[in-house]
Structures are given as structure tokens and as C-alpha cells.
Design a protein around this ligand. Structure first.
Ligand SMILES: *[C@@H]1O[C@H](CO)[C@@H](O)[C@H](O)[C@H]1NC(C)=O
Ligand SMILES: *[C@@H]1O[C@H](CO)[C@@H](O)[C@H](O)[C@H]1NC(C)=O
Length: 189
């Protein structure tokens, strides 16, 4: 309890100095206060660049099929549902710095071409964004060079975020593993 109190106090001191800085996972009163101050805050643009490692093969996959159609099979894999907890890194190499995780579902939602429904939370673990998240909801036509998907919200430093994620496949192998480059631009307070 003592610790929690000290944490809150530190938070409040920081808040007094910089009105747009706030803590994550705050109590409802603090969240409401933040909303009350919104007219005095400046909307800002943040750009993020990272690589998404979708590993489906081997002994420690980070994405796995959790549902599939009972009988129907199609060339596009329509109906397959994957759950992912994919690592996000600063560079394309698997051993480059981890900056967060992409946790959520991607599912084949198109009968005629390869198109995934993506419902993903990017949760960041790095620097100023540590603990903050962005929510992506969109259509991912994976064979296109660039796929544009909406960012529909966020938490922590990304409260009220909206923006665009642009995905581009960096590399893939025949086992289905892929590294995807993401450029994200969001506007938030
Ligand atoms: C990452 O892996 C590559 C080989 O794939 C190696 O050359 C490089 O030194 C590694 N980097 C680090 C930081 O471990
Ligand atoms: C991120 O925050 C957690 C606790 O919220 C902390 O344990 C961790 O060290 C932080 N990581 C970085 C890179 O700041």
C-alpha cells in the first residue's frame, strides 16, 4: 500500500509539471481528470517503425491456429483463425532489440483472395512507450506490397490515438514464418 501511494504521488508530481504526461493503468478519477484537460492539450503525431516476427513453425511458434472450418477448404484458407503473441523488434533480425509484442488474432476472411482480418494490440515495452498500447483493426491483403490498416485506439501515452499502420513483408519462408515491416503514424494527445 505504501509503495502504491508513493507511486501515485510521483505520478502527480510529474503530471503537475507536464500536463500531457500521464501514467498508465490509472484509477478512473485520474482518467476523468485527463479528459477534463483535453482542451488544453496539443494533439501530436508519433511515428513508429518496427518489425513483426510471425513464427508459425518449429518448437516455439508465436502464432498458432486456434480454429478452422469443419469441412470447407479453400485456396485462401478461408475460416482459419490464428492467435499470435508475436515479437516486435527495432530491426529485421530476430535477435535485434525487442520493442514490444503484437498480441491478437488474424484470420482468413476472404474467399476470393488472400485477405486477413487483423485484430491486434501492439503493446510496447520500450522507453517512453513502455506499457502503452495501440489497437489495430483492419484488412490485410498479405500479397500486396503495402497494406494499410487503421489504428483505432490506444492506451497509456497513446490515449485516443488514431492513425494508419502500413505493413510490408520483409521476408518469409516456405514454413509460413514471416517478418513484416510496420510503419505506424498516429495522432494522439
Ligand atoms: C544477430 O545474429 C547475427 C547472425 O544471424 C549475428 O551476426 C549478430 O552478431 C547477432 N547480433 C547480436 C546483437 O547478437
Ligand atoms: C517497462 O516497465 C516495466 C514495469 O512496468 C519494467 O519492469 C521494465 O523494466 C520497463 N522496461 C523498460 C525497457 O523500461
Amino acid at each position: 500500500m505504501g509503495r502504491f501511494y508513493i507511486f501515485l504521488t510521483l505520478c502527480s508530481i510529474i503530471l503537475m509539471g507536464l500536463s500531457s504526461v500521464h501514467c498508465i493503468d490509472e484509477d478512473p478519477v485520474a482518467v476523468e481528470d485527463w479528459f477534463k484537460g483535453i482542451n488544453t492539450m496539443k494533439e501530436k503525431i508519433t511515428k513508429l517503425h518496427f518489425y513483426f516476427h510471425d513464427i508459425v513453425s518449429g518448437n516455439s511458434p508465436t502464432a498458432m491456429r486456434v480454429a478452422q472450418p469443419a469441412s470447407y477448404t479453400s485456396l485462401t484458407g478461408f475460416g482459419n483463425v490464428m492467435m499470435a503473441d508475436d515479437v516486435l523488434t527495432s530491426g529485421p533480425e530476430p535477435n535485434s532489440t525487442v520493442v514490444g509484442r503484437a498480441q491478437g488474432i488474424y484470420a482468413s476472411a476472404s474467399m476470393e483472395d488472400l485477405g486477413f482480418l487483423m485484430t491486434m494490440n501492439f503493446v510496447f515495452s520500450d522507453g517512453d512507450f513502455n506499457g502503452s498500447s495501440l489497437s489495430l483493426l483492419g484488412r490485410n491483403p498479405v500479397l500486396h506490397e503495402y497494406r494499410e490498416m487503421p489504428i483505432v485506439g490506444g492506451s497509456g501515452v497513446f490515449r485516443l490515438a488514431r492513425g494508419i499502420a502500413t505493413a510490408k513483408t520483409y521476408s518469409f519462408n516456405l514454413l509460413g514464418d514471416a517478418v513484416v515491416e510496420y510503419n505506424v503514424v498516429v495522432s494522439h494527445y
